[in-house]
Design a protein around this ligand. Structure first.
Ligand SMILES: NC(=O)c1ccc[n+]([C@@H]2O[C@H](COP(=O)([O-])OP(=O)(O)OC[C@H]3O[C@@H](n4cnc5c(N)ncnc54)[C@H](O)[C@@H]3O)[C@@H](O)[C@H]2O)c1
Length: 440
């Protein structure tokens, strides 16, 4: 056993600032509020429903994760949010069409009505299919940055919260490649003053969060806290940051199936993934510049799992295609199809077909909750900078420069649980298992 880390207790209120009050955010808020009242279960949340094995298999010690590590209680969460539209969480949830109106919206309508968005730091050029007027009057990036910082502090004071976490659940912004403006804080500062186009609102929210000592998680694939300048700042100021883009539907499947192919040394010649999606997210992603951001994030996982350079005969020539089609009749109920062309012994071809009829926000909300609770835990445990153990939740996990990300879902899960054991001074589980035989 190692000695446990010194973790500050989760006393008092936890302020959760959600950027964007759309389908995912309202599903998250409603789900937590219903769970608090015993009216729904937080299914899909590892932090709330998962257990963790401690010690040997013979010890029979597997507490709930939330009983093992000192997490903030759901009853201590206070919500804050920004959006481009002025609708409160009741209207936004009704509009999003994810939840049953009577059972899951009307029953907590008073709480939802109280969650009203602050004016967004927004520019249409980063999400041109959005046309909302509920935006900061301040013009210019510097004024927006200061506006977000002022909002964070006002939220803190008015709600008397003890700690704050920020999570980006807003629309996917256009694709921006990390460039000169993002290299270091000096360049970033200059670019903000020059209203440089490569500084998007998401980066301003992330920058403001770090400056205010607030952990930041990014549910969308756009560049934000992964810009080198912000990564460095988060490390210097000991503020917890993690990856980007919730790993929910098709990519979740991909990071389970691809490791299986690799484990069995089965070859892959092509992976064709397509989706239909009809919510506002789908509408924003219908713009090619915004889809490009998502595409980069979705395409990245196969190469790192399959390592074509090390396994040329099996994975040296893969055709990988991902598309999302905006199709309004389906709303939030995304349907994804995967056609996977594989080959086995002596090269004989086979196929796998996956048809996932999922609910986008139902899959994303528990991930958002876990990221909020675990980012707060990391911060209280004095763990600043990149939290690689939270890779489990992301399509694009954040890692130290020079490292490749780990995409295999079950390696990610082991990493997460081992980090929790390490935090609490429990033995790592290596799965070696010799001790059960050596002792006989
Ligand atoms: N649901 C999933 O399975 C899933 C998976 C991975 C990533 N995501 C990402 O999560 C994000 C949220 O998804 P959603 O379905 O809730 O989308 P949504 O369109 O329903 O909600 C996004 C909200 O963000 C607001 N917004 C946009 N720019 C803003 C800004 N600068 N400041 C404040 N608010 C802003 C929009 O007005 C909108 O209300 C999207 O980027 C999506 O790509 C979702």
């Amino acid at each position: 056993m190692t000695s446990p880390r010194n973790i500050a207790p989760a006393d008092g209120k936890l302020g959760v600032l959600v950027v964007g009050l759309g389908a995912v955010s309202t599903t998250l808020i409603a789900g937590v509020e219903l769970a608090k009242r015993g009216m729904a279960l937080p299914i899909g949340s590892l932090a709330q429903m998962g257990t963790i094995r401690l010690g040997k298999r013979t010890e029979d010690r597997s507490p709930l994760i939330r009983d093992f590590v000192p997490l903030a209680g759901l009853e201590d969460i206070v919500w804050g949010t920004w959006d481009v539209f002025p609708d409160d969480a009741y209207v936004a949830a009704s509009r999003a069409g994810v939840l049953e109106q009577g059972k899951h919206i009307e029953s907590i309508s008073d709480v939802l009505r109280d969650v009203r968005p602050m004016k967004a730091a927004f520019e249409r050029k980063y999400a041109r299919n959005l046309d909302g007027e509920h935006v900061m009057v301040a013009s210019g990036k510097r004024a927006m940055l200061e506006g977000i910082r002022a909002d964070i502090n006002k939220f803190r004071d008015e709600n008397k919260v003890d700690r704050v976490v920020m999570i980006w659940c807003a629309s996917t912004e256009i694709f921006i490649e990390p460039g000169k403006a993002h290299l270091d804080i000096e360049s970033l500062e200059k670019a903000i003053d020059a209203n440089d186009d490569t500084i998007s609102p998401a980066m301003l929210y992330a920058y403001a969060a770090i400056l205010e000592g607030v952990p930041f998680a990014n549910g969308a694939p756009n560049l934000a806290v992964d810009a080198p300048a912000l990564r460095q700042l988060a490390t210097d100021r000991n503020v917890a940051i993690s990856g980007k883009d919730f790993k929910t539907g098709q990519t979740l499947m991909k990071t389970v199936l691809a490791p299986m192919l690799k484990a069995r040394m089965l070859g892959l010649s092509g992976w064709y993934s397509t989706n239909i999606l009809g919510n506002r997210d789908g509408e924003v992603l219908d713009a090619p510049e915004n889809f490009k951001t998502k595409e980069e994030s979705k395409l990245g996982v196969l190469d790192t799992i399959l390592e074509p350079s090390r396994n040329k005969e099996l994975y040296g020539d893969i055709f990988h295609k991902v598309s999302i089609n905006y199709y309004p009749p389906r709303g939030d109920n995304k349907e994804g199809w995967d056609n996977i062309d594989i080959f086995g012994w002596m090269g004989y071809p086979m196929q796998i077909k996956v048809n996932f009829l999922c609910r986008d926000s139902i899959l994303a909300a528990p991930l958002a909750l876990d990221l909020v609770l675990f980012s707060d835990l990391a911060q209280r445990a004095g763990l600043g900078g990149i939290q690689e153990w939270l890779s489990f939740y992301y399509k694009s996990p954040q890692v130290a420069p020079g490292l490749y990300p780990e995409h295999d879902l079950f390696i990610q899960l082991t990493k997460l649980k081992n980090t929790l054991r390490w935090m609490m001074g429990e033995d790592q589980i290596t799965h070696l298992g010799r001790e059960y035989y050596d002792e006989q």
